[in-house]
Design a protein around this ligand. Structure first.
Ligand code: LLP
Length: 458
């Protein structure tokens, strides 16, 4: 793998990381064999030529390694790792998690349906979200989800009423808002009173007391989630120290079975950055980032004594580094001030840079020597926000060359849209030497197939 030691500007020095170093630091299976980027044992460029671009490629081994790293870190506890489906809902990805014995964190009936279609079990699903509709609650109850993670008293009442009509007991956990600052990006922080999630820490015990009088509810657990892309252990420790004793009291009073710590473990987006950078939330904290071992080491002492089953809801940690978005350079446009690489992927395929100013490492599929050129990688969508990087030192590349946008496995394809009537990309799953299309490229007609003109326009 290649990265630059100086960024974002200037002529940077190339630094090569060996395969084993790469696996230690960022734990993924995208690496160079000679000059060619490989996903596991498959040449990425071969896939790009065969299936076209833009193209998402997932490494099944990386998903597996990541899942198992977390699962094993918690092995001393009764636990269930529930993969956050919102981060990547491709059925092949979900199947990988299901085959490893994982559960799922879901936020809609659509996600539950996908899990079931992929061979996952509803009984291992935690249904979260502030706005569950009546139809969604009914469907989830009929399928038998493990828990509803409830975000308001109004929702508790609604679930109780629907469960009563279906003559079922609904398993619920209330989401505690612990009011802990997670030091992450403003758009993905969730654990403080400034946002819409959960019920305030101080209110929780009263809410459980009232919920215990609702006849059709089974108070099964308690849940929290403090934010996403958290790259240090301190916010998790603070939250567990605050909510752990509350969970113990609720267990004593209401016989709870589990405590869900939510998701949010961050990943490395830019291997060149060390932690401590003022922009670390955009880039990941480099080599010192949070590992499952460190996460467990810091939290296990507090969790063990609770005697509760521990649930985790990681999304990005499992899927983030497991996927890339491959794109082809359509044009190179040199203006007086800029070197624009206009590529065939756009903000509708990967919105994170446009939406969060997020950093994604960009690597050529064919590694070249020579000077690096400060470049802007931009897409064809008619918005100046449609960019993947600004003024980044990249190797000299030309029309027809391919680039990989790294760490696009989480919140990539799932946040895609048809903006500018652009078709959704194909997705490939790789395992060892094998590669399979796990989502075919959308045909242009499919984009508008559900539309029609109004009758009076005929
Ligand atoms: N549990 C709950 C209740 C959540 O709200 C989330 C993420 C997760 C688990 C999984 O979080 P993770 O382990 O993936 O950090 N689109 C944004 C991220 C939004 C996260 C929303 N909630 C991004 O691209 O960075």
């Amino acid at each position: 793998m290649v990265f630059t030691t100086a960024r974002p500007q200037g002529l940077a020095v190339l630094h090569f990381i060996t395969k084993s170093e790469n696996q230690n630091h960022s734990m993924h299976h995208f690496h160079y064999h000679g000059s060619q980027l490989y996903c596991e044992d498959v040449s990425v460029e071969t896939l790009a030529r065969k299936y076209g671009t833009p193209l998402f490629i997932y490494s099944q081994q990386t998903i597996t390694d990541r899942f198992l790293a977390l699962d094993q870190a918690l092995s001393e506890l009764d636990h269930l790792v529930c993969f956050a489906v919102k981060s990547n809902s491709n059925r092949a990805v979900l199947r990988t998690v299901a085959d490893l014995g994982g559960g799922f964190d879901i936020v809609s009936a659509g996600e539950l349906q996908r899990v079931i279609a992929a061979g996952g079990q509803a009984g291992k699903c935690a249904f979260a979200g502030v706005g569950k509709s009546e139809a969604e609650i009914r469907y989830a109850l009929e399928q038998g989800v493990y828990t509803f993670n409830v975000e308001s008293e109004a929702e508790l009442k609604r679930i109780d009423a629907i469960a009563g009509r279906l003559k079922k007991k609904a398993p619920v956990a209330v989401r505690v808002n612990p009011n802990v600052e997670a030091h992450t990006h403003a758009k993905i922080t969730t654990g403080t009173y400034e946002n819409k999630f959960g019920i305030a820490f101080e209110e929780i015990e009263k809410v459980y007391a009232r919920a215990s009088r609702m006849k059709n509810l089974w108070l099964r657990g308690v849940q929290m989630h403090i934010g996403s892309q958290i790259t240090e252990s301190t916010p998790f420790e603070t939250a567990v120290r605050k909510v752990g004793p509350l969970a113990a009291r609720l267990k004593a009073r209401h016989g709870l079975e589990f405590f869900s710590l939510g998701g949010g473990i961050g990943i490395v987006y830019d291997p060149a950055l060390e932690s401590g950078s003022p922009k670390w939330w955009l880039a990941g904290a480099g080599r010192k980032t949070l590992t499952p071992a460190r996460y467990a080491e810091r939290l296990l002492p507090d969790l063990k004594s609770l005697g509760l089953r521990i649930l985790l809801e990681p999304g990005r940690f499992i899927s983030g580094n497991s996927g890339i978005l491959v794109t082809r350079i359509e044009y190179v446009k040199r203006t007086g001030r800029k070197n624009f690489l206009i590529v065939d992927a756009a903000m509708n395929d990967l919105i994170r840079p446009a939406f969060y100013d997020a950093y994604h490492q960009i690597l050529p599929l064919s590694r070249k020597g020579g000077k690096l050129i400060s470049s802007d990688v931009v897409g064809p969508v008619c918005e100046s926000g449609d960019y993947f990087c600004h003024d980044r030192p990249l190797p000299k590349v030309g029309e027809g060359d391919y680039l990989a946008l790294m760490s696009a496995g989480a919140y990539g394809s799932v946040m895609g849209s048809n903006y500018n009537s652009r078709a959704l990309p194909a997705e490939i799953m790789v395992r060892g030497k094998k590669a399979a299309v796990v989502r075919r490229r959308q045909a242009l007609e499919e984009i508008h197939v559900g539309e029609s003109i109004a009758p009076w326009q005929k």
